[in-house]
Each structure stands twice: as structure tokens, then as C-alpha cells.
Design a protein around this ligand. Structure first.
Ligand SMILES: Nc1ncnc2c1ncn2[C@@H]1O[C@H](COP(=O)(O)OP(=O)(O)OP(=O)(O)O)[C@@H](O)[C@H]1O
Ligand SMILES: [Mg+2]
Ligand SMILES: [Zn+2]
Length: 682
């Protein structure tokens, strides 16, 4: 096939295009923003001259040059002054293409695409700092002092072959003269496939992007969703002493980069779907319906599913001039092995728009938050972790107790402020992590021990625990009736290969429902506000009068508001009703009960979550210890049976409970047993 003859100069064609009303205007406005970039919408070019557009995408190196020249020529007409100005700075106009007709799938890029213009979309997972790259290097001959400017292209800095002084012609050595060389800002990004483009069960692919030019660097940060138009390049990796490999590595040299909307990319509901969503929202049983649609194959756990529903919808973030308060909820499931935690988490990651499932260790070197990594070349890159990638979505973190030590520190900020700050290896950055967290963890000792506190049961610091709005304990205790029902349920699944309970709302519709609801920002009504306030004050005063620890903190008040807002959102209501407030109080009570209720005084005891010990337990441990010390003064060693009697008679502590308390003191090492049946304080 022969190439058709070029009848018209492509530069003239481009200039025709730039003479259209829209682009004349864009060009004449370049001086206002003092930018040398000119954005060209590919769709406009297709409409203007389809052949030209095709050639541009097939031979971008050649045609972008024509476009740049044409744009400059038109600028000389529209705004000669600005054209002059950029000329004197040895710059020119750079045409930047956006919106190709189709997006190339990252995993499908291959040899066919080399040298072509493509558009890809993905999440930035890594970025290097902006680095000056030399475009024209100036060298001085060491022998005669002659100056030789050398244009640079490849990845390595190249000195001239020979000195340009005809009477010298030395092959070196040369000195690189920094002050006279020209540099341009450059940056490298690594972009990963979007989760929604990922075939099921596949690991996401990544692609390196090279950005060259001060107007396109530093635009995207790790965690951002971007659309990039650029030329596909292939480079052979070099092995030291062996040479270049035959298999090349692809990267994209970006021509333009756009940060896409921060909201999860959702498919808008069709008019019929919207009708269905609105109809569902009017159902008085909508909350129950949605709860029952959350992992219907998992038996029971209604309260957990209710919490997951609130997590999916979320509360309303408040942005005040001085502070911002998160709207997303965080929930933690602590449970015995085999209690369907992982199953629930994986389901939620699939259901939620921009949901992400990861283990506490994270799936990359960046772990849950972020990491600064040393590249092979010696430079530093910033890599985003799971919470940053799930920005504006839900991060489902399984085995949270096993997270990296670095994450243990960074996650405090991520969970409350919703940012991840990094300052290491010359990189200083703050990344967004506005994500709801659904976490799961196993009890520290394998099984949940009810007579121990939450903090003792899980190896997470209390500062992290207190950042969870809701905490539930999933215990696996044999119970004839429940076991029989659950086994029937599970066996039915295995027999039919189907869920015995059908979801009232199919997953696809539910996902659209959630995205739709996110657009609603419910506000507290006076009644709701009053209920929440009453509850909060009752808790506070209960703690005040009896001299007990703080029963509830401002954190719980905010959690209540978020939960109530989420419940209003579920029904697509703009107002948080008293009923929403009651439901929020009920689930909060349930969560506190599971982890913090001080069973003996049946009061909520936040101290349990905060310090790891309920007030009355601390009191009782104290009583046991002081009784031991008292008896020791009289008898030296303390006989255990005598101690049990004393505790029962004087302090009404039952033998069973006293045994547990003694057990705990023994484990803590506060007391020890010098011989069978006797105790002593250490
Ligand atoms: N309530 C339940 N309803 C249905 N299936 C259940 C239920 N509880 C457990 N199972 C089943 O038990 C199996 C184990 O569940 P899963 O792996 O999610 O447990 P896990 O809580 O993550 O355990 P681990 O803490 O050991 O990771 C799954 O196949 C799950 O379907
Ligand atoms: Mg698991
Ligand atoms: Zn020379």
C-alpha cells in the first residue's frame, strides 16, 4: 500500500482548524493565563477534518509538530505580542490533545500501539517528585574550551562525539555546563487500572507515564483518577554488561493529563431505574429491604448488616472554614475464626462504588496508607496505599490487626482527618483518603474471651479503636437452636448452589441506589437533634453523678449524627427524623454493649474501649489486690480459699468472678503463686 500524496500541507490544515471561532478564542486567551499549552479537543478535530484527526492519532510525533507550528502561527496573528514573548524565552506553543474517541484498556496495550496516540484512564499509584530534565546540554571541551550545545533525547545524558572546534576535534573529555543548558520539568507516574475495568479475579496492571513540561507536571497525585493522552513508547531495558533486552517495556509519554471528577465514576441510572429507585425509597420497609440485600447468603448478623448499610450510604461531611468533619463511618468486626467476616468484607467491596478489599498488610509495598520507595535508579517515589486508592469509596480491610507498623502510626490521621501525610526522602505530600472503613480482625488469642476487654481481645491500640464509630463482636459459641438454623442455611447453599434467601434488591440496582442516595444531604430536624442531645446528656450525666469514667465522648456524638444521616439517606430523605435518631441510638447502644458495657452495673463504659478496662473491672481488680495486700500483712502468704471467702463476704464478689479476676492479675504478673493454693503480690 502506498501512502497517499500529501496534497495540502498538514500545518495549513491545522491552521484552518485553529481559525475556527472556538479555537481563535482559546488562542487569543493564552496570554491571560500566561500558558503555552493549547487544549485541543479531539472530538472537535474529528468534526472538522476526520482524515487529519486519524493521521494525528496514527503519527502523533509528526502531526503534533505540525499542530504546534500551526498554533504558533495562529498565535502570531491573534496576539503577536505574546507570540513574541514566548519566542524570546525559546519556547513555543504545545498543543495538548484531550478526549480521544475511545479509551484504550491498560491491559490491552501492546506492540500495535507503539508510536500511536492513545487515551488511558486509571488511578495514579505512584509519583516521583518533579525533576528538571536537560533538553539541551551545553558542554565545554577540556582541551580547547570550545562550547558545544547538544540536544538530548534518550534516557542518558550524552556528550558530543567530538569537539566542534575544527582545529581541536578531541573526543573529550568535556565538562557539562549547567548554567547554560536548558532544563524542563519532568515527572514520572505509575497508573493502575481502575477497579471497575478489572476482569474478575485478576491483579490490576500498571503503566508508567512520563510527563515532560512544566504545564503538565505536578497535576496529579497518588490516589487521583486521571485521563491521560499520550504516545506509546517502547524502551528496551538494559542489563549491565549484557546489553539491551529484546523484549521492550511500554510506557506512555503524556501529551495531556486531566484529573477526573473526585466522585466514583458511576453509571447514571436510566429513567426506568430512577423510577424504580424512587419507588423503593417510598417503601416504608426500605431499611429492612436494603439490610436484607446485604450478603443474603450470610445467615443472621442483622445488626452487622444494618451497620454495613449505614456505612454504604454514609453521613454528610461538614466543611467549615476552620475544620472539616468526616461523613464516612468506620466499623470494625472482631470475631472468632470462621464467622464469615472475610465473606462479608468481600461482598461489600463488590457492592460499594469504588470498593476495595485488602488485607491489613496491604497488597503493595505502600500498605494501607502510603510509602516512599527508593527506585532502582536511586530516586524516590511516593506510592499510594489502599486507603488512598479507595478515596471516596469503602476500604474493606481484613486482618486489620496485622497491619505494618508504619501504618499503625499513619492510620490515625487517615481515619479521622481523612488524609495521609508523607514527609520522607525529600517528598512532602498530603494525600486524600476520604474513605469509609469496614475492618475485620481476629481476637488476639484466637478466640474472643468475653471476660476480657476489647482492647485485650484485639491487638490494636485503643487510639485506633476509638476511631471506629461502630464495633461488633462476632462470637462462635455453640447454641443448639441457632446452630441448627445456620447449618440448614449453609447446607441449603451447598445443595442448591444458590442462596436460600433471595436479595430483595439485586446488587446492580442496589449499587445504583447507593450512588443516587449519595447526592442527598440530609439535615437534622429539631426532633432528631433533641433525641441525640438527650441521649448524649443522659450518658454524660450518668457518668458524672456516680463518679464513673466518661461514659460517652464527643466522638460518639458525631458517630450518632453520621449514622442518623445515613439512615435518612437510605430513604432518600432530606431530613433526619426522630426515628432516624432513635435507630442510630439503638445501633450505637448495641455496639457499645458488645464491647463496652459494664455488665455488673449495666452502664455504658467507654473507658473500656479507651483504656482497655471498664471502670468497675478496674475497681474490682483494685479491691482484689488490696485485699491480698491486707491479708499478706497478717499471714505472709495468702491462702486462695481464704481470699475467696473474704471477697465474697466483704465485697459480694462471687467465687466465679473472683477466680477470673485472680486469673487476670496472675496473667498480668501483678500477683504470683509461690505454691499451689497460695498467692502473693509481686
Ligand atoms: N452466618 C453464616 N452464614 C453463612 N455462612 C457462614 C456463616 N458463618 C460462616 N459461614 C461460612 O463459613 C466460612 C468461613 O467464613 P470466612 O472465611 O468469611 O470466616 P472469617 O470470619 O473470615 O474467618 P477468619 O477469622 O479465620 O479469617 C465461609 O465459607 C462462610 O460462608
Ligand atoms: Mg477471614
Ligand atoms: Zn576542543
Amino acid at each position: 500500500m502506498t501512502e497517499e500524496l500529501e496534497v495540502v500541507d498538514p500545518q495549513e490544515l491545522f491552521q484552518e482548524f485553529f481559525k475556527t471561532e472556538e479555537y481563535r478564542q482559546r488562542i487569543s486567551q493564552m496570554a491571560v493565563s500566561d500558558k503555552t499549552s493549547l487544549i485541543l479537543n479531539f472530538e472537535d478535530l474529528v468534526a472538522f477534518d476526520q482524515k487529519l484527526a486519524e493521521k494525528l492519532s496514527r503519527k502523533p510525533d509528526e502531526y503534533l509538530r505540525h499542530a504546534d507550528n500551526a498554533a504558533y502561527a495562529q498565535l502570531q496573528i491573534e496576539d503577536p505580542e505574546f507570540a513574541e514573548k514566548i519566542e524570546t524565552k525559546a519556547e513555543t506553543v504545545t498543543v495538548r490533545i484531550v478526549r480521544l474517541l475511545e479509551t484504550a484498556h491498560l491491559r490491552k496495550l501492546g506492540s500495535l500501539h507503539i508510536g500511536k496516540l492513545v487515551m488511558i484512564e486509571g488511578i495514579v499509584v505512584r509519583s516521583t517528585p518533579v525533576r528538571p530534565m536537560v533538553m539541551q546540554a551545553v558542554f565545554r571541551c577540556k582541551r580547547c574550551g570550545e562550547i558545544t550545545p547538544t540536544d538530548q533525547t534518550g534516557p542518558f545524558l550524552r556528550a558530543p562525539f567530538v569537539c566542534t572546534n575544527p582545529s581541536c576535534r578531541a573526543k573529550g573529555p568535556f565538562d557539562f555546563i549547567e548554567e547554560e543548558s536548558t532544563f524542563i520539568d519532568s515527572q514520572e507516574l505509575r497508573v493502575q487500572e481502575r477497579p471497575e475495568d478489572l476482569p474478575p479475579g485478576q491483579l490490576p496492571r500498571t503503566l508508567n507515564i512520563k510527563l515532560i513540561g512544566s504545564e503538565i507536571v505536578d497535576i496529579a497525585r497518588p490516589g487521583d483518577h486521571v485521563s491521560i493522552v499520550g504516545t506509546v513508547r517502547a524502551v528496551a531495558p538494559t542489563l549491565p554488561r549484557v546489553g539491551k533486552l529484546r523484549a521492550f517495556i511500554l510506557h506512555v509519554e503524556a501529551n495531556s493529563i486531566e484529573v477526573l471528577g473526585k466522585e466514583p465514576e458511576t453509571v447514571l441510572p436510566s429513567p426506568e431505574e430512577e423510577e424504580k429507585i424512587l419507588e423503593l425509597s417510598r417503601d416504608p420497609w426500605i431499611h429492612r429491604k436494603i439490610m436484607n440485600s446485604v450478603a443474603p447468603s450470610i445467615y443472621g448478623y442483622d445488626h452487622v448488616k444494618e451497620a454495613i448499610m449505614y456505612l454504604l450510604f454514609g453521613g454528610v461531611p461538614k466543611t467549615l472554614p476552620d475544620i472539616t468533619i468526616r461523613g464516612e463511618l468506620n466499623a470494625l468486626l472482631i470475631g472468632d475464626p470462621g464467622t464469615a467476616k472475610s465473606q462479608l468484607l468481600q461482598y461489600v467491596a463488590r457492592l460499594a462504588p469504588r470498593g476495595l478489599y485488602t488485607s491489613g498488610r496491604g497488597t503493595t509495598a505502600a500498605g494501607l496508607t502510603a510509602a516512599v520507595l527508593r527506585e532502582r535508579g536511586g530516586g524516590m517515589t511516593l506510592e499510594a496505599g489502599a486507603l488512598v486508592l479507595a478515596d471516596k469509596g469503602i476500604a474493606c480491610i481484613d486482618e486489620m490487626d496485622k497491619m505494618r507498623p508504619e501504618d499503625r502510626v499513619a492510620i490515625h490521621e487517615a481515619m479521622e482527618q481523612h488524609t495521609v501525610s508523607v514527609a520522607k526522602g525529600g517528598i512532602v505530600a498530603t494525600l486524600n483518603a476520604r474513605t469509609a472503613i469496614l475492618a475485620a480482625a481476629n481476637p488476639a488469642l484466637g478466640r474472643y474471651e468475653p471476660h476480657r476487654t476489647v482492647a485485650e481481645n484485639i491487638s490494636l491500640p485503643v487510639t485506633i479503636l476509638s476511631r471506629f464509630d461502630l464495633i461488633f463482636v462476632l462470637r462462635d459459641v455453640p447454641n443448639k437452636e441457632a446452630d441448627s438454623k445456620m447449618s440448614e442455611h449453609i447446607l441449603e447453599i451447598h445443595r442448591k448452589g444458590l442462596s436460600p434467601v433471595e436479595a430483595p434488591i439485586p446488587l446492580e440496582l442496589l449499587r445504583k441506589y447507593v450512588s443516587y442516595a449519595k447526592g442527598i444531604k440530609p439535615a437534622l430536624t429539631n426532633e432528631a437533634l433533641q433525641r441525640l442531645k438527650d441521649f448524649y446528656l443522659a450518658m454524660r450525666s450518668a457518668s458524672e453523678t456516680e463518679g464513673s469514667p466518661v461514659a460517652i465522648t464527643a466522638r460518639q456524638l458525631e458517630s450518632l449524627v453520621r449514622t442518623a444521616e445515613a439512615r435518612a439517606r437510605v430513604a432518600l430523605r432530606k431530613e433526619v427524623s426522630a426515628e432516624d435518631a432513635e435507630a442510630a441510638i439503638a445501633i450505637m447502644n448495641r455496639s457499645l454493649e458488645e464491647v463496652g458495657i459494664d455488665v455488673s452495673s449495666s452502664r455504658i463504659d467507654i473507658d473500656l474501649i479507651m483504656t482497655g478496662k471498664p471502670k468497675s473491672l478496674r475497681d474490682k481488680l483494685h479491691t482484689v489486690l488490696s485485699t491480698i495486700m491486707e491479708m499478706e500483712r497478717e499471714t505472709g502468704l495468702v491462702e486462695k480459699t481464704a481470699l475467696l471467702n473474704e471477697l465474697e463476704e466483704k465485697y459480694k464478689i462471687s467465687t466465679g468472678e473472683a477466680e477470673r479476676l485472680i486469673g487476670q492479675l496472675l496473667r498480668e504478673g501483678t500477683i504470683y503463686s509461690p505454691r499451689e493454693g497460695y498467692l502473693k503480690k509481686t
